[in-house]
Ligand binder design. Structure first.
Ligand SMILES: C[S@@+](CC[C@H](N)C(=O)[O-])C[C@H]1O[C@@H](n2cnc3c(N)ncnc32)[C@H](O)[C@@H]1O
Length: 267
């Protein structure tokens, strides 16, 4: 049953561009959980919609590319829900780099459209995401303009998705809850294996519809509880509606502040 679900998803207009590893993983999972093929396929489509549908629609991707071509970068990045919430992007990165140091080479896991902004700042960036349409669009933009950016199709829940390091900084922005919803334990496993000494891990403090009751506290407790022992938090702050943790590997010093707590410790 897995193969037939996979093929239907891969042929469908909505999911053809998604990472094939994701289609196979979701098809396998739903084939295991449902006896009837129709029900399994319906569940697979619903799962995929939940993973990708909320952040950017096809018409928004098209508008983003048009705006980029017209030189309107902020307008283009507004088309993705996550970068829209982070406006103004200049202030976001100014604060981040003041605290973590300006990186030369960045890995952006589940990047959305974010690598565009970094590459335009002259930072070398590899972005990985399951959203194939966004990946292709960003690569067209980077190669047309000669920007130091490469976007790759990859599923953070599948082996071998991490590009070869080292990187000065890994970004895992608004990702961990999305990942943990797909597989229990995935958030800690991802952090454990990051190919850099430092990482910025962020969480929304409001839902896409604007509600935010208790989200900052909830994600703080959850993240500090799951942080592997080999990582320590060296900064934490909230900017606009985003909670930002800066972490470093234990033993890896930083010029930007002392580590304030290790995995399973407190603020
Ligand atoms: C909330 S958005 C955050 C985008 C970006 N990190 C940002 O903050 O601007 C979540 C992103 O995770 C991606 N995603 C979801 N599941 C994924 C997975 N298993 N592996 C890699 N990327 C995934 C989605 O396609 C989407 O771009």
């Amino acid at each position: 049953m897995t193969n037939s679900i996979y093929e239907k998803l891969a042929e469908s207009k909505k999911y053809a561009a998604l990472c094939p590893d994701t289609l196979r993983r979701v098809a396998e999972d739903c084939a295991r959980r449902y006896k009837k093929p129709k029900e399994a396929e319906k569940a697979a489509r619903e799962t995929l919609h939940g993973i990708t549908g909320a952040f950017m629609r096809p018409e928004e991707l098209k508008r983003a590319e048009e705006r980029l071509k017209a030189g309107d970068m902020e307008g283009a990045l507004e088309m993705h829900a996550s970068t829209r919430e982070r406006k103004p992007l200049g202030a976001f990165y100014e604060a981040l780099f003041a605290r973590a140091g300006r990186p030369g080479r960045v890995l952006d896991v589940a990047c959305g459209l974010n690598p565009i902004y970094l590459a335009a700042m002259g930072i070398s960036v590899i972005g990985v995401d399951i959203a194939g349409g966004q990946i292709e669009m960003m690569n067209r933009w980077a190669s047309a303009g000669g920007y130091p950016m490469e976007a790759r199709l990859g599923d953070a829940l599948c082996p071998g998705f991490l590009p070869e390091g080292p990187f000065d900084l890994t970004l895992a922005m608004k990702l961990l809850p999305v990942l943990e919803n797909q597989k229990k334990g995935a958030a800690a496993a991802l952090i454990e294996g990051l190919p850099s000494e430092k990482a910025a891990v962020t969480f929304p403090t409001r839902t896409l519809s604007g509600r935010g009751v208790g989200m900052e506290r909830h994600y703080s407790q959850w993240f500090e509880g799951l942080l592997p022992e080999k990582w320590a938090i060296f900064d934490r702050y909230v900017q606009n509606d985003e909670l930002i943790y800066l972490i470093q590997r234990n033993g890896g010093g930083t010029d930007h502040g002392e580590a304030v707590c290790g995995g399973h410790a407190h603020r």
